[in-house]
Design a protein around this ligand. Sequence first.
Ligand SMILES: *[C@@H]1O[C@H](CO)[C@@H](O)[C@H](O)[C@H]1NC(C)=O
Ligand SMILES: CC(=O)N[C@H]1CO[C@H](CO)[C@@H](O)[C@@H]1O
Length: 362
Amino acid sequence: MQLARLVLLIIYLKLLFIFQKKKKYSFIIFLPLTSAGRNGDSNSEDESFNDNASVYSYVSENAPSSVNDIDELSSNERFEEKFMQALENATEKSAQTRTTALQNICEILMHRYMPDFVEDRKVTLIDCVEKSIRRGKGAEQSCAARLAPLVVLQLGGDVEISKELNQCLLTTVQDKAVSFDARAKCCTALGLLNFLGGEDIGELITLMQFLEGIFSGSYLRGDDKSPVSVTAEAGTLHAEALSAWGLLLTLIPSGDFVSLMTNGQPMLPSVKKLMGLLQSPHLDVRIAAGETFALILECGRAHDKDFLEEYLGDLIEAVKQLATDSHKYRAKRDRKAQRATFRDVLHYLEVSYRLVAFFNYF
Ligand SMILES: *[C@@H]1O[C@H](CO)[C@@H](O)[C@H](O)[C@H]1NC(C)=O
Ligand SMILES: CC(=O)N[C@H]1CO[C@H](CO)[C@@H](O)[C@@H]1O
């Protein structure tokens, strides 16, 4: 099913973001394997958690499996020991110690699937997360916000935790005194936690409206033509809010989604406003907008196959431009990322709806 695939893609993208882009292979963590996260991209942080993966695989081919089991056991113990130490440190007085501790716990949870161990300590963990988000500053808040969805992912979703953390995340996102990076991480956490633990459609829509309140900062000016100027950090916050919004919309039943987008008093943003985001000066926002459009169409068309037909021509034109964008002022790497994303979105629009003929017509 296409929707399922898209959702998985988005989750995967989110995880990559959480796991920091350089660790390309970290998503393998959900397989309880020791070799995750070290296919070539190893960095110093990884090294400190070296559990001799390559040695294991060598042993496994050449020795009875019992040896392998023992190695596996001792490696688990090493991780658990490190985890306990970090958890203790997460309540220390020094902010730097707490930040490092939260980072260490994130690293461990990214590399190990240890649901029982996490389950036994989830109260303490969530307590640390909440305190650090509420009372910490900058990096500490960012790390704590990164940790929250990792804990819930380990547990395979947890409605209680999602409920418990929502208020503190919402307050932090709104707090202008908090760093943009921490607020962006809180948006991501809100999206993931509620994606994994949200049940009530009404609550989801309220949350989506809250997120729109954030990313509307990147809407075009009143005349709907000129982009507003926002700083790069604010752009990142808007992009994260938009991605979280897109993730949540996949939970809304298709028929409801269509009426929410198209009825007289729309509770969700207008297509025109969203299309304006494709013109944002910030790459993150443009990419998030492109991905969100793919999701909007996917969700809407499951119910109504002509959903947004009247906008499709403009949308395809805008996406096509971004897919072939060669503005000199945009950094080469950014340009590559943008083209790759929008080629995918374009391909999706063309193939899914067999619009090739429609294109040639223009
Ligand atoms: C805990 O804190 C101590 C002292 O700051 C530090 O030496 C140690 O590496 C920390 N351990 C972890 C796992 O964070
Ligand atoms: C090959 C390799 O990385 N070996 C290491 C296995 O782990 C022990 C203890 O952490 C190290 O001392 C080895 O160098």
